[in-house]
Design a protein around this ligand. Structure first.
Ligand SMILES: Nc1ncnc2c1ncn2[C@@H]1O[C@H](COP(=O)(O)OP(=O)(O)OP(=O)(O)O)[C@@H](O)[C@H]1O
Ligand SMILES: [Mg+2]
Length: 364
């Protein structure tokens, strides 16, 4: 077990800066998820840690051992790093049994017979695959194959675990189960782990901390709830969970934590508690999670009631998802009440919505 330090990591492919000055410290035993849209640099970061790809700048250190230091010309090849790597395509050897697949890294490392047998038994028990030791990969489900791939990595006791979308080949049900199982395994293992996914539920459910990446850079690092409740910018708010963005103009400004009076494009007004200072006359964007908004039902306490137009409605089992137009902005409401008619009075809380400065850079 070891901690991982990444400093100023930069990797370019021709004119593309795939990873741009990334700094990250993963504590010993911590489970950190890299999350972000396709092409944001997640796999490139992982490949640099594993040494599959040589970065252009920065430093990588695992538990006191320098893996890479551009300034000092240090580069350890992958086989001299203690990284357990599991990819999306788990590529088990098809002609080898489960036990032989797991034994393979140990024979490469010349681990003697009795020790090898003990480790294989131990790791197959860990991933709950002992009864399948004699089977071939094609005799296993996708989820079981994935466990064997993980066992094959864990069997040589890596200092850190690097998982690149290991569950993305599984169907939704299997993936749910594999996620729960991975969650249990991580509490038993307490192994320093970087997990890559673009599934936000997976990231929220599994991680000690989440690193949201955008265009090769880190947009925000924080605990799941911190990222969800206090996204640093509209990109993070939009990427994690569903967010409704509402552009507005500040009528009465407020300091951080104070109450600001805002006006929407159609002249409707609302008062909000400003998480960030807002100055009169400036343009802002309010962000609300679907679960923060309600049908007004005559209740006005603690919030504002606004007129909206219903643009769509869909029953999704237990809930209605309702599309709304509010002063030209598209919002999505989730409600147990069947929505009726063309118009809806929407209740928005005074506190809890997030106020971002500016209006133009938000993708609604
Ligand atoms: N070998 C390569 N040659 C050229 N460009 C590359 C190479 N590998 C990655 N890139 C580019 O670097 C950027 C980051 O890619 P990366 O694979 O790290 O993204 P990612 O976040 O893992 O995306 P995904 O979620 O789709 O797996 C992309 O613009 C990609 O096209
Ligand atoms: Mg990738």
């Amino acid at each position: 077990m070891a901690d991982l330090v990444i400093e100023g990591l930069t990797k370019r492919f021709g004119g593309v800066t795939a990873v741009d000055d990334v700094n990250l410290h993963v504590a010993d035993g911590e489970f950190v998820t890299l999350l972000g849209p396709s092409g944001c640099g997640k796999s490139t970061t992982l490949a640099a840690v594993a040494g599959l790809d040589r970065a252009d700048g920065g430093r990588i250190q695992v538990g006191g051992t320098v893996y890479f230091d551009a300034a000092r010309g240090i580069y350890r090849p992958p086989e001299a790093r203690s990284c357990g790597l599991v990819f999306q395509s788990y590529a088990l050897w098809p002609h080898m049994t489960v036990a032989d697949n797991v034994a393979f890294p140990l024979s490469l490392r010349k681990v003697p017979g009795p020790e090898r047998k003990r480790r294989i038994e131990e790791v197959l028990a860990l991933v709950e695959m002992e009864p399948y030791a004699a089977r071939y990969p094609h005799e296993l489900s996708g989820g079981q194959q994935q466990r064997v791939a993980l066992a094959r990595t864990l069997v040589y006791h890596p200092a850190i675990l690097l998982l690149d979308e290991p569950l993305s080949n599984l169907d939704a049900k299997l993936r749910d189960r594999a996620r729960a199982w991975l969650g249990e395994l991580r509490t038993r293992l307490k192994l320093t782990t970087i997990y890559v996914t673009h599934d936000q539920i997976e990231a929220l459910a599994l991680s000690d901390r989440i690193v949201v990446m955008n265009g090769g850079r880190i947009a925000q690092v924080g605990a799941p709830q911190e990222i969800y409740d206090h996204p640093a910018d509209p990109f993070v708010a939009d990427f994690i969970g569903t967010t409704n963005f509402l552009p507005a103009r500040v009528v009465d400004g407020a300091p951080e934590g104070g109450r600001a009076l805002l006006e929407l494009a159609d002249g409707q007004r609302l008062e909000v508690q400003a998480e960030r200072a807002a100055s009169a006359g400036s343009r802002v964007t309010l962000a609300y999670r679907p679960e923060q908004m309600r049908i007004a039902d005559g209740v006005t306490e603690g919030g504002a009631v606004l007129r909206t137009r219903i643009t769509s409605r869909a029953y999704v089992g237990g809930l209605w998802q309702v599309g709304l137009d509010l002063a030209g902005a598209s919002l999505r409401l989730e409600t147990r009440q069947p929505p009726r008619g063309e118009e809806l009075h929407l209740w928005l809380p005074q506190a809890g919505g997030i106020l971002f400065r500016g209006g133009a850079d938000v993708a609604a």
